[in-house]
Ligand binder design. Structure first.
Ligand SMILES: Cc1cc2nc3c(=O)[nH]c(=O)nc-3n(C[C@H](O)[C@H](O)[C@H](O)COP(=O)(O)OP(=O)(O)OC[C@H]3O[C@@H](n4cnc5c(N)ncnc54)[C@H](O)[C@@H]3O)c2cc1C
Length: 165
């Protein structure tokens, strides 16, 4: 059985991680785009480094508190919220949004889990490369969410570049 992410657990988190990473969960994090489901949230965590994510997940595991990773919140099947049960930690990757490196010769780009899809496309485009994933939510959706949902979409850039006729 999971325990709720409550004030007691917040105190534990504060012993290990900067207080500024945590807060109450604003309503926007508990809704999905079509308003079909209403989520539960105990603590919003917005880490800035991989080490902070690691510490947070370890503490949640040790104290049996649930964690929901959160990217851009554009998912349409409610994976980013939970309706029932113990209120979880919402682990938002929004602060981990850097494009770390671009290696055009290898066709490789290194980004953080919270990088916005449109920013990744732009970084690839800047070195004359195509990042081949495009969807209507690309200005908000983040690569961690794209990978977690196995997102696919319309390859408009690709379609425009190919002489189909
Ligand atoms: C207008 C619109 C158009 C869309 N078009 C498409 C489309 O063409 N094709 C398509 O596939 N989808 C589409 N979607 C759905 C949605 O945009 C995608 O599923 C997208 O990949 C979700 O990314 P996100 O960052 O918003 O994830 P979120 O909604 O935040 O999360 C989605 C799921 O991924 C998990 N998750 C998020 N980040 C991480 C992480 N770093 N590590 C582990 N798990 C994580 C969450 O816990 C949740 O289960 C569309 C949505 C909208 C609103």
């Amino acid at each position: 059985m999971l325990h709720p992410a409550n004030e007691t657990f917040l105190t534990i988190l504060h012993h290990h991680l900067p207080n500024a990473l945590f807060g109450a969960v604003p309503p926007a994090y508990l809704q999905e785009p079509r308003g079909k489901w209403q989520g539960l949230g105990g603590i919003l965590a917005r880490p800035e480094t991989v080490e902070q994510v690691s510490t947070l997940v370890r503490l949640c595991h040790e104290h049996r508190v649930g964690v929901i990773p959160y990217g851009g919140g554009t998912g349409l099947v409610s994976g980013q919220i939970i309706e029932n049960g113990a209120a979880p930690v919402i682990l938002s990757l929004e602060r981990m949004n850097e494009i770390r490196a671009v290696y055009p010769d290898e066709n490789v780009i290194v980004v953080e889990a919270g990088a916005i899809l449109a920013d990744i496309q732009a970084a690839a485009d800047a070195v004359d490369r195509l990042f081949p994933l495009s969807l209507a939510s690309e200005g908000s959706a983040r690569i961690g969410g794209n990978l977690a949902t196995n997102a696919g979409g319309a390859l408009w850039e690709y379609a425009r570049s190919v002489p189909w006729a």
